[in-house]
Design a protein around this ligand. Sequence first.
Ligand code: HEM
Length: 516
Amino acid sequence: MMDPDTTAFLASALLFFLLYEIIQHFTRRRRQGPYPPGPKPWPMIGNWFDIPFYRPCETYLEWGKHYNSDILHTEVFGQHTVIINSREIADELLEKRTRNTSGRIYFPITQLLDWGYNIALMVYGDEWRRHRKACQQHLNREAAKSYQPIQIKKTHEALLALLQSPEKFAAHNRMHSLGITMDMMYGYQLKSLDDPVISAAKKAIELGNQVWSQTGSLINTFPILGRVPTWVPGAMSQKITKESARWTAVMKSIPWEDTKRRMAEGNITPSLLTQFLERKATVGASEEEEEILKNVAYTVYGAASDTTESATGTFFYAMAKNPNVQKKAQAEIDRVVGTNRLPDFTDRSSLPYIEAIYREVMRSAPPLPLGLMHTLAEDDVCEGYFLPAGTQVFPNIWAITHDPNTYKDPHAFQPERFFNEDGTLNDDDRILAFGYGRRVCVGKYVASSTMWITIVSILACFDIGKAKDERGNDIEVDDEYVEHGLICHKKPFKCSITPRSNLSRKLIEEAAGECK
Ligand code: HEM
């Protein structure tokens, strides 16, 4: 038998359901047309049981074929969601009508998690505008160049790590993307993946992801449930949010305190926050400016590291599977850069095949296959379908970059698809993996440079191939991806990474020595 607390909790939840349905019934707006097609919703819960959890991007592509539509609809507890499978519709809704489609859904759980600092989750309004402006100031095309010395230094450190323990390439990849981010934002030098900042952020994000979605917690549908104290049986979300918020506070405080300590000691490495603090000490800055800059740094930690790690993971996978692509790239590097030095950013415009590999990595496995949701400020009509205000729209970036009408043989890794017949790069240089409209990834220039210098440096120094088993046979690499929240990663796999020559080995050791 249930104890009285549980019975009371369930009874109030049921009451809320009923109240909700009644309110929905009386407040439902007049529809200006049908909703886009999708699975038939159940009363009250809507499509709760239809929402796909494994590789939703692929399921939505299948739905698109089933319903013969590139725009699809689901509804869960009255929250409308639209998924777009075509480039044209995504451009129409998320680029041309970006004024109406730049919102983010507000989950009441965000405040309980203490994730209000996160620019990517902020609703469209003045607070977001102030943060976005600060991001643009520090991450625009020109500003992004100031991080190149960090990107080079960290990439050379990664080359050394690959030389010393190639079998740990996935860990080196993670260390590389996190190390660049922490250095850029705080000048914080990450020594290992066991660093307390990394563990705290991991715990905060893993816990938070369990509840930060429409179906993750009832609090997102019935905000009043957020007031239920943690001791009430069944109040799981409250326990999770409390624990996640505790780790978020740790994740924020360690690098910030470290930055202040180093500044006080006069041990300053250039970074977003040290530059700001120096400016504050000389010409002054407001408390609000400081808060915004700190929020930018905290946000970038999450926004930059997992995404870059995912894309670099795809690069290793693509190289292990496509030796011909690798050979062609290395021939280009040897011809343009030579073998007596490591590549640097001045080489970028002279290496079109490397550029094409970068584009193909981002096309073949966009790190956020469904992007981030945008929400509608006002009712809209698209392709004859009615989209009520508040609808969340997901661009199915993976489906769009795998459309065989645009990308022939879309599952093959073919950098050649980005060339004109005369051998020059074509104009398909928009990286859809960075998203859409006013919410497009504000770190795209930084991300592009990190990806490029990583790809070109690894190819200049190493051969990546299939690993061998104990009998000397190739170990095949599977094609599976796994999802962590909205971000997908190549499923762990083995590959062999060997220096191309003794000269490459020497170049790496020299370059890494200079980093110290
Ligand atoms: C391969 C690497 C990356 C990928 C694939 C990526 C992708 C994305 C995507 C899809 C969005 C959402 C866009 C939308 O709403 O339509 C986004 C937002 C964002 N990204 Fe990135 N990103 C990457 C790296 C970075 C880096 C390096 C930074 C910072 C240095 C960064 C900072 C941000 C921020 C702050 C937002 C939120 C923008 C807003 O909501 O206004 N990202 N990113």
